[in-house]
Write a protein that binds this ligand. Structure first.
Ligand code: FE2
Length: 380
């Protein structure tokens, strides 16, 4: 693609143009993002200067295209910097993106029950032995917020082998991992048919554990299927049904609390629907069991807040939003706990169910995915 460059007479910005697109870049943005060895370390890519090292009156003196490179001369430093045009285009900010509240990041795809037939699944051996399989599966987890693993070892602690694929365990007061063991006894109504509403885990932590791994070791009871709901899809459905409901949950902090064991009192103050400053969905927190008294909603909005909370719960409980699947021994699932809610459906009959769970971090998963993808693309 052939570009031309035009420097504004003020020197404050330049314009890169081809027949299909026009991108403006400010002098200060270009200078701050210079990749020359005096500005960025050639060893680790980290910036070596602060903004104070760049003159406040930085301006573009001259700009020229040389093949795939844009050369810029900055005044008053009399400094010349070359930019890869493809990099500039990939990082262009002169766009008029729709700024709808509640939109998802570009690399996220929302889903509902129709995803049931297309759960991201990978074979344990393939994940451990084949970089392409692992990269693809991590990409799916990043995109959809959950993924299943099959054909893993039926052994205590095998869940850590899943975490080893992409990151590190996040230890909490529940330990490095926790046991989810259920004896299903139909004579005890407390257990028979007991399901849990879909939820995100540990919203009372700050930050929350961003990834959860659940690994099945025994599953002889009928029922007890696992179920997941895309919290981003639920939030968007709430928004599309009733903007006021969406706004009241996004604009006010909820409170979450756990003090269920000696020496522990975890609290957080965060909205159920968390947005970035530009309205992009950041996370969803939903957990009826650990919601504390909400005190950050004004009196005249509290009734609306509760109506919105109730409606969000109804959307989450709607079968049309839910993907369920059974976990057999040696199978596991990974969820993005900032987005995807999970639940256990009720049981019937007798039997046992034993899962081990642990937490890990989403930034590690994304880091592993991005680094693997870049390495695989570079090797092509
Ligand atoms: Fe949970």
């Amino acid at each position: 693609m052939t570009y031309t460059v035009t420097v504004d007479p003020s020197g404050a910005f330049l314009t890169l143009q081809n027949p299909h697109a026009t991108h403006r870049f400010h002098a200060i943005w270009l200078r701050d993002n210079a990749g020359d060895p005096e500005t960025r370390s050639t060893a680790n890519g980290q910036r070596l200067i602060t903004l104070a090292d760049i003159p406040q009156d930085t301006a573009i003196g001259h700009g020229a295209i040389k093949v795939n490179t844009l050369e810029v001369q900055f005044a008053p430093e009399a400094k010349s910097v070359a930019y890869d045009i493809a990099w500039l285009i990939a990082h262009a900010y002169d766009t008029s993106l729709p700024q709808q509240r509640g939109r998802t990041p570009a690399d996220v795809t929302t889903w509902n029950a129709a995803k049931m037939g297309d759960v991201p699944v990978a074979d344990f051996l393939a994940l451990t032995n084949d970089a392409v399989s692992l990269c693809n599966w991590l990409g799916s987890v990043n995109q959809y917020g959950f993924g299943k693993v099959i054909d893993g070892p039926v052994a205590e602690g095998a869940l850590f082998k899943i975490v080893d694929l992409f990151g590190f365990v996040r230890e909490t007061n529940y330990g490095r991992h926790f046991e989810v063991r259920t004896e299903v006894n139909p004579t005890n109504l407390a257990y028979t048919g007991l399901g849990l509403q879909a939820h995100t885990d540990n919203p009372y932590r700050d930050p929350v554990p961003t990834v959860q791994v659940l690994y099945c070791l025994e599953s002889s009871a009928a029922g007890g299927d696992n179920m997941v709901v895309d919290g981003f899809a639920a939030a968007q459905r709430l928004r599309d049904e009733n903007h006021t409901y969406f706004d009241v949950l996004a604009d006010h902090a909820a409170r979450f609390e756990y003090a269920g064991e000696k020496g522990v009192h975890l609290t957080s103050r965060r909205p159920m629907i968390e947005l970035g400053p530009d309205g992009e969905l950041v996370s969803v927190r939903f957990n009826n069991r650990s919601m504390a008294a909400v005190t950050d909603v004004p009196f005249d909005k509290m009734a609306t807040y509760y109506a919105a909370y109730r409606r969000l719960g109804e959307i989450i409980d709607d079968a049309a939003m839910q993907v369920s699947f059974r976990l057999n021994p040696g199978e596991a699932f990974v969820v993005d706990n900032t987005r995807v809610l999970h639940a256990r459906k009720g049981y019937s009959g007798e039997g046992t169910r034993w899962l081990q769970g642990c937490y890990a971090d989403k930034d590690g998963l994304r880091s592993t995915y991005d680094a693997m993808r870049n390495a695989l693309e570079a090797a092509e």
